[in-house]
Design a protein around this ligand. Sequence first.
Ligand code: VGL
Ligand code: ZN
Length: 218
Amino acid sequence: MDMSKIPSPDARAVTGVIVVDLQGDFTTLKQGSLAVDGTDSTYVKTVEQVTLRLRAKGFTLFATQDWHPRDHVSFFTSHPGKHPFETVEIDGLSQTLWPPHCVADSENAGILMDPSFFSMVVKKGTCKDYDSYSGFQDQGGTSTELERLLRAGKITRLIVYGLATDYCVKATALDAAKRGFEVFVVKDLCRGVSVDTTRAALEEMAQHGINIITMADL
Ligand code: VGL
Ligand code: ZN
């Protein structure tokens, strides 16, 4: 590995951290409706500890928060006769149908860290008709405030991790790279929905110039 690429606080680039969807519904810790394997209390504690260490280094912290209306298009319950994890075509886009999760204002939509640690918590997927795996914009093309906030903070480099590797981490990291940020995904601070799509996601991110690193590199 090229050691010069590892984020360090004294490099000239301003570094931000995006903690993706660290929410009860994605964890076994909270018996979430869309719990991802390997998301017990040890995982959540590790993410919290590393995040606080990065904050102590002077990096600005951001979080994304999946935040859906109860009749959201991505819920299988919004499609009579359909089952969880089935795929449907909606307006020419393939949509995986999920169990209802991260319903706005529900307990398990909550972030599993003190929100006050974050400079901003960016809600996504708030529009009923569009899903949003990326923290930058939804499938309908509507942007969140994330890019503007990063630019306002002169941030050029992003450390990204959280849930799930193969969906929201991947989409957020790819969108960041597309927007010209230098991106580091910390793979052992991520957990994926399935083994195959997680492996493919790490390959796809690497192919797009994203640096795949581990906690030990931080
Ligand atoms: C996610 C599926 C549905 C994620 C969000 O955070 O990766 N996955 N909504
Ligand atoms: Zn969702």
